[in-house]
Ligand binder design. Structure first.
Ligand code: BES
Ligand code: ZN
Length: 874
């Protein structure tokens, strides 16, 4: 990594106790006026106060000691780089309590951070703006001068002065609504005092919304706010939220401390959702569900996001990380428990298997890079904080918590969690504090085991060998660091405390033995395992490691894929391990292709989904070769039987996972150019466009993708028209994601231009460009050129921020030529993006890995694909 910027936290000589904050946004001029009246405590006499402050102009500032005389500040010294301001006073402020008053003005910006404006159109089609906030991680300082660090907690009394006809919301319930004397069109809305809380969790929203409301069984008022006229679309999230609150209440055994919680859909929103205490903000697509027009995967996404953000109300809001180094505690934990919650609300989703494909394997892939980072990482400057909202904090964090939960068992885990929440409620905590509580509860060496996973980056590969002795199976296990470029061994090789469990074909659902591998290698004896049984390491795929079996063990295990005697999650895990081993050059890719063919009888959605994702990676890699068409044929052959079995229409008795599977398989077949699928997709698309027969929501993505992939300018035109007419953001996003599938170069350009047009919401531009880059070799090149050519506009649009990292990754990760890595590196040297530095490194590393993989295996893959077609006939 490049040099870290110097950084110091705020001095501790003055700290806030209560913020009295009054804000008056102007929704026409896009400015706001603010008055801060903060009760502060001076712990050491000083003649200056240092606070965070960015893009705000201070008009006046004063300090009055309790019962004493007001002293005007004589200087405001802005340190822009550090996002701080120093208020200087003519004489020293003495130790003790006092009131700090600051009058200031700011801009309602359009960067989706701080206090910003969000654009929407009303029923008459006119453009309007709402004023909304997004403060995490370090942007409360853009709305008011404050001590913007998670450990500096205070209470808040918020007042908003807003147009009479607008909804005004904040963390707490409204306690007063008074006429605003200076302007009869405005009202002054006062909110109840918050509990003591961190600045990044403060929120306010001023706009036009409808809502639906319910009471949770534990007496909390839950509202879901939607765009005007769309309150119906809030019902699903309302149902999830009212089920989720009592679930967490019970799981944590600590009540939700506020009287209400609002969930609100914000039109322009950078993240997916934000857990502001009592006022959770969401992208429209993470909250709104239309019974007819939303697809199954959207429902599932809404349930997960609601589950995630509500978990933060305890884990994050009530107990907050001491510093951003411990961000993973917040995000890793919430990313784990959202699955527990959805499993409770929707057992039919089989959501834990999906966890393995969505989070666990994603984390393993990223963490195998030399440019990964430990879960716990020192961060200082805001750009470094932005950078760690990544798959390590979220997905690896969630995966190691899942492993830990499995290691302690649910009962001890809950006991420890409850102790942690009670001990640290309304305070801050570090990773170690959680380990202490879990250690107390379980009597197991939690800190020692878990530190090996959170303090060092990467994870092990467990090598397994076996020997039969009579009825006993002797198993030798050893660990090495797994790297995407092959395993790492030698003197300086790190090692982990690895909880390992083993099952046999006698009972594939139950571990026969559990051990803690706390050294480089160990040998264990499984008694009563006759030769004909296979043994499987890591049943349930909960341990955060990859496995390399000896070839004889693997041979015994593989039939378990075809005959389905291995559990779905283990079929998925085995396939994913082998795929990753092939990318690392430890086995041949041909071996993985052979394995993939054993999945023809696979019934499970998630297993297919993971396999399909890896085939996508391979197909993208082979787009650099002249036998790309052969891998398409492989894909068609593999997916045809399941496609035929599923058909196009939903059958009676089918559920959520059938809908997901059909959508996946048809999309895959269509993209790979399967003729019958293409014809049917075209037919259904025509009927849809002509209004003869509306496509069911679950079929739209695969149909749109298929017709575009093999479509012309008329197809693109129609699709853009559908985009314009779409009433739901979900439908617009659905189209935006697939537009890039179009093949003709001039049409690709048209799609790229569209990405930056007014038609696409700023947060969704990355979807469109990413779609182009992902679709073909030409697309990838065109997307990268487009990003370079429009760099300034794109960078400025997101002001750094994590969307820029996402954009870079989506655009360049698929290249497989050495010189591209060099080109990308040099581009970002001359166009620095501080919060994306690590992402750039990771992409360059991935490109080099792709290139090496291609050089190593391309010939063999090509041979294999040729051979399976058989000798040419005729
Ligand atoms: N705390 C985050 C929101 C956030 C993300 C703030 C990035 C600042 C930067 C929130 O809890 C979150 O994690 N949201 C996720 C969705 C979640 C279901 C994984 C997101 O926005 O992607
Ligand atoms: Zn989160």
């Amino acid at each position: 990594m490049p040099e870290r910027r110097p950084f110091v936290r705020l001095p501790a000589d003055v700290y806030p106790v209560n913020y009295g904050l009054c804000l008056k946004p102007d929704l026409i001029d896009f400015t706001f006026e603010g008055k801060l009246e903060a009760v502060v405590e001076v712990t050491q006499a000083t003649n200056q106060i240092v606070m965070n402050c960015a893009d705000i102009d201070i008009i006046t500032a004063s300090f009055a000691p309790q019962g004493g005389e007001e002293l005007m500040a004589t200087g405001f010294n802005y340190q822009n780089e550090d996002e701080k301001v120093t208020l200087s006073f003519p004489s020293a402020l003495q130790k003790g309590a006092g009131t700090l008053k600051v009058d200031f003005v700011g801009e309602l910006n359009d960067k989706m951070k701080g206090f910003y404006r969000s654009k929407y159109s009303n029923a008459a089609g006119e453009s309007r703006y709402a004023a909304v906030t997004q403060f995490e991680a370090t942007d409360a300082r853009r709305a008011f001068p404050c001590w913007d660090e998670p450990a500096i907690k205070a209470t808040f009394d918020i007042t908003l002065i807003v147009p009479k006809d607008r909804v005004a919301l904040s963390n707490m319930n409204v306690i007063e609504r008074n006429p605003y004397l200076e302007d009869e069109n405005l009202v002054e809305v006062k909110f109840a005092t918050t509990p003591i809380m961190s600045t990044y969790l403060v929120a306010f929203v001023i706009g036009e919304y409808d809502f639906v409301e319910a009471q949770s069984s534990d007496g909390i008022t839950v509202r879901v706010y939607t765009p005007v006229g769309k309150s119906e679309q809030g019902k699903f999230a309302l149902e999830v939220a009212t089920k989720t609150l009592p679930f967490y209440n019970d799981y944590f055994n600590v009540p939700y401390p506020l009287p209400k919680i609002d969930l609100i859909a914000i039109a322009d929103f950078a993240a997916g959702a934000m857990e502001n205490w009592g006022l959770v903000t969401y992208r429209e697509t993470a909250l709104l569900i239309d019974p007819k027009n939303s697809c199954s995967s959207s429902r599932q996404w809404v349930a997960l996001v609601v589950g995630h953000e509500l978990a933060h109300q305890w884990f994050g809001n009530l107990v907050t990380m001491e510093w951003w180094t411990h961000l993973w505690l917040n995000e890793g934990f919430a990313s784990w428990i959202e699955y527990l919650c959805v499993d409770h609300c929707f057992p039919e989703y089989d959501i834990w298997t999906q966890f393995v494909s969505a989070d666990y394997t994603r984390a393993l892939d990223l963490d195998a890079l030399d440019s990964s980072h430990p879960i716990e990482v020192n961060v200082g400057h805001p750009s470094e904080v932005d950078e760690i909202f990544d798959a390590i904090s979220y997905s690896k964090g969630a995966s190691v918590i899942r492993m830990l939960h499995d290691y302690t068992g649910d009962e001890d885990f809950r006991k420890g969690m409850n102790a942690y929440l009670l001990k640290f409620q309304h305070k801050n905590a570090c990773t170690e504090d959680l380990w202490d509580c879990l250690e107390q509860a379980s009597g197991k060496p939690i800190a020692e085991v878990m530190s090996s996973w959170t303090k060092q980056m990467g994870f092990p590969i467990i090598e397994v060998e076996e020997e039969q002795q009579g009825d006993d199976r002797i198993v030798k296990l050893s660990q090495k660091k797994f790297c995407a470029s092959g395993p790492h061994s030698g003197e300086d090789c790190p090692s982990w405390m690895v909880p390992i469990s083993i099952c046999t074909s006698e009972d594939p659902t139950c571990s026969k033995l559990k051990v803690l591998l706390d050294r480089a290698e160990t040998t264990i004896t499984l008694s009563g395992v006759p030769t004909e049984q296979w043994i499987k390491i890591n049943p349930g795929t909960v341990g955060f490691y990859r496995i390399q079996y000896s070839s004889s063990m693997l041979e015994r295990l593989l039939p378990g894929v075809r005959n389905l005697s291995l559990q779905p999650v283990d079929r998925l895990g085995l396939q994913n391990d082998l795929f990753s081993l092939s990318r690392a050059g430890m086995i041949s890719t041909v071996q993985v292709l052979t394995l993939m063919e054993a999945f023809v009888n696979e019934p499970n959605y998630t297993v297919w989904s993971d396999l399909s994702c890896n085939l996508g990676v391979l197909s993208s890699l082979l787009s650099h070769t002249d036998f790309h068409e052969d891998i398409q044929e492989f894909i068609r052959d593999l997916f045809t039987p399941i496609g035929l079995e599923l058909g196009w229409d939903c059958k009676p008795g089918e559920g959520h996972l059938d809908a997901l599977l059909r959508s996946l398989v048809l999309g895959k077949l269509g993209k790979a150019g399967h003729k019958p699928t293409l014809e049917e997709a075209r037919r259904r698309f025509r009927d849809h466009v002509e209004g003869k027969q509306v496509l069911p929501a679950d079929l739209r993505s695969p149909v749109y993708l298929t017709v575009l992939k093999h479509g012309d300018s008329a197809t693109l035109e129609k699709m853009m028209e559908l985009h314009k007419l779409a009433d739901m953001q979900e439908e617009r996003n659905r189209i935006e994601r697939v537009l890039g599938a179009i093949s003709a170069p001039d049409l690709i350009q048209k799609v790229l231009t569209f990405a930056l047009s007014e038609e696409v919401r700023p947060q969704d531009t990355v979807l469109v460009i990413g779609g182009v880059a992902d679709s073909s070799k030409q697309g990838r090149k065109a997307a990268w050129k487009f990003v370079k050519d429009n760099w300034e506009e794109l960078y400025n649009r997101y002001q750094g921020g994590f969307l820029i990292s996402r954009l870079i990754k989506l655009t360049v990760n698929g290249f497989a030529i050495d010189k591209m890595a060099a080109e990308i590196k040099s581009f970002f040297e001359s166009h620095p993006a501080p919060s994306a530095e690590r992402t750039v490194e990771q992409c360059c590393e991935n490109i080099l890995l792709n290139a090496a993989w291609l050089k190593r295996d391309a010939d063999d893959i090509s041979q294999y694909l040729l051979k399976r077609k058989g000798p040419p006939t005729g």
